[in-house]
Design a protein around this ligand. Sequence first.
Ligand SMILES: C[S@@+](CC[C@H](N)C(=O)[O-])C[C@H]1O[C@@H](n2cnc3c(N)ncnc32)[C@H](O)[C@@H]1O
Length: 342
Amino acid sequence: MVLDDVIKKLRELAGSASLADVREGLGGLKEAVREVDPAPWLVGDLDQVGESLTLERARYYLRRMEKSLTRVRTGRVNDLNLNRWKEYDDVFTDSLWVMKKRDSSGVHTAGYWGNFVPQIPYQLMRRYTRAGEWVLDPFAGSGTTLIECQRVGRNGIGIELQNDVAERARTLIAAAPNPHGVVTHVECADSSRVLLEPILERLGVRSVGLLVLHPPYFDIIRFSDDPRDLSNAASVDLFLDRLMAVVESTAAFLPSGRYMALVIGDKYAGSEWVPLGFLSMQRILEAGFTLKSIVVKNFESTVGKRNQEELWRYRALVGGFYVFKHEYVFIFQKKKPEEGRR
Ligand SMILES: C[S@@+](CC[C@H](N)C(=O)[O-])C[C@H]1O[C@@H](n2cnc3c(N)ncnc32)[C@H](O)[C@@H]1O
């Protein structure tokens, strides 16, 4: 059978007068479906038709199957075909992201202290961008986001304060495969003050589809001696002010309805848990964004810290706190201007 025959048969079955007729007509259809489309879940869907308890339900499954085979239905912000949603096993929908291993394929390495696992930008781009759109990462570091941009076919702009770090990112990105021929650009600048417009203009970009923010977690890692570096902010409040300056300047190029992700962890200082994540979240909510999700991601010790695990466990027992094993990925959606600020 060819696809047209399968569709004809599905329609005929949907027009059956009784559930018994539907079940009888299913014979042989499994093989035909398998021939025209090898997706394993389609055959499972056909089983659902046979197991339906009412004719109405069976018809619903048959029509859904026809759509899976013939029509593409995507949302506004990604390319996922919702008529074949069962296909996207690799796309997360749960709020707990447990990643046993960093993706170290290709040019990705854990070499830059404080870089995130490539799975984070990968997941974000799959859910919140379409092919060929632009992604802006104002804390580009070693260029993880842009390397993933090339992998999944999104154009990317990274901004990084430190010249040598930006240069190393450029080298890494240039060495990464670029099968979709997208454009990636790393600018060396202070994201809280940079004039983005001329940079975007040079690249022919009017707006971006997604913002990925992975700032320093305040002073947990001091990335440089540069006073403009967010990790050198004099206090948590000043860190938040600087972060918000970056949010404001980058969000100006994000159309309403589009998404921004903030990847951040908390810190422990002065015998107190400092909820950097929730403090940042609160500030962003006041700036015209809706909270769509708080994802908790596991956090594995870096090789250096691993030797200190016993020490931290002891400290936790003495100090009445828990040792960090997670960080957050906050997902925000930009509100329409008329929805205003809170
Ligand atoms: C947590 S790291 C980001 C790592 C990145 N996601 C990666 O995978 O390599 C934060 C980065 O922000 C940079 N940074 C700090 N303050 C900045 C600023 N004002 N403007 C631009 N970059 C800044 C730091 O140099 C550091 O590379």
